[in-house]
Structure formats: C-alpha cells, structure tokens
Ligand binder design. Structure first.
Ligand SMILES: [Fe+2]
Ligand SMILES: [Fe+2]
Length: 147
C-alpha cells in the first residue's frame, strides 16, 4: 500500500475522532475530562505527525522548497502538539474546552492542506515504487511500536 493511501486512511479515522470531540467537548464538566480528551488526541496525533515528518517530508524536501512550504508542515505539527500540551496547563475548564476545540479545528485545516497539496504532490513527484516502499516502512514502524 502506498504511504499516501495509508496516511489518507488515518486522516479518515481522525476526522471521526474530531467529530466526536466536537460533539462531546462542550458538554465536559471538569477540567480533568477535557485534559484526558486532549491527552488522547495528542497520543494518536503525535504518531501520525511523526510518520509524516520522518517518512514523507524528507523525500519531498525539494518540492516543498519549490512551493515555499518547507517549514510550514513541521511548524504546524509542532503547533498542534504545543496547543495540546497547553490544555494540560490551563486552570479553567472553559478555557481548556476552547483551546481543545480550536486545536481540533486547526488539525482539520492541516489535514485538508495535506490532502489537497502534500499527498497529491507526493503522488506526482515520487515513484509508485517509492510510495509503496514508504508504506512498507510505515508497517514496520507500526509493528515495532506494538512490540
Ligand atoms: Fe500532518
Ligand atoms: Fe496528516
């Protein structure tokens, strides 16, 4: 399976998680509940972002440079992580909810950009064989993480 297909499939799962978070977060009563939701989102997103940073951004470096976006994707991954870490420090439940929901929205925008710009660029620039090899690497990472 191509890495772009795998990452797109992961996005679909995340969109479901985001739908769920958008639905339940406004009703969460305690700070602890909001923090748990943010920690869960951080744990799953981190893995996904790391995969993109390590497997996809490298081979696409020259293309990112061409469209002047080299730093953007790294920066957005960092920003998402920083926002979710910040939820853990917030003292008011209302603020924590707002920050979590704003981060969900940021993630949706980020995914959208990847689906419209980055993944099609990868499909255009990289060979089908390379995309499949990167998919195999993803599988190996996944297996190693489960051991
Ligand atoms: Fe990403
Ligand atoms: Fe992504």
């Amino acid at each position: 399976m191509k890495i772009t297909e795998i990452l797109t499939a992961e996005h679909a799962v995340f969109h479901n998680l985001f739908d769920h978070l958008e639905k339940v977060t406004p009703r969460l009563k305690t700070l602890a509940e909001v923090k748990t939701a943010a920690a869960l989102m951080d744990a799953v997103m981190r893995e996904h972002s790391q995969t993109e940073d390590e497997l996809l951004i490298g081979p696409l470096e020259p293309s990112f440079e061409e469209i002047g976006q080299r730093e953007t994707f790294h920066r957005e991954h960092d920003l998402i992580e920083q926002n979710l870490a910040l939820v853990q420090k917030v003292k008011q439940v209302k603020m924590a909810r707002q920050l979590l929901l704003a981060t969900v929205l940021m993630c949706r925008g980020h995914f959208d950009k990847e689906e419209r710009i980055v993944f099609p660029m990868a499909e255009r620039v990289l060979k089908a064989k390379t995309l499949s090899e990167l998919g195999t690497q993803w599988l190996k990472r996944r297996e190693a993480a489960m051991k």
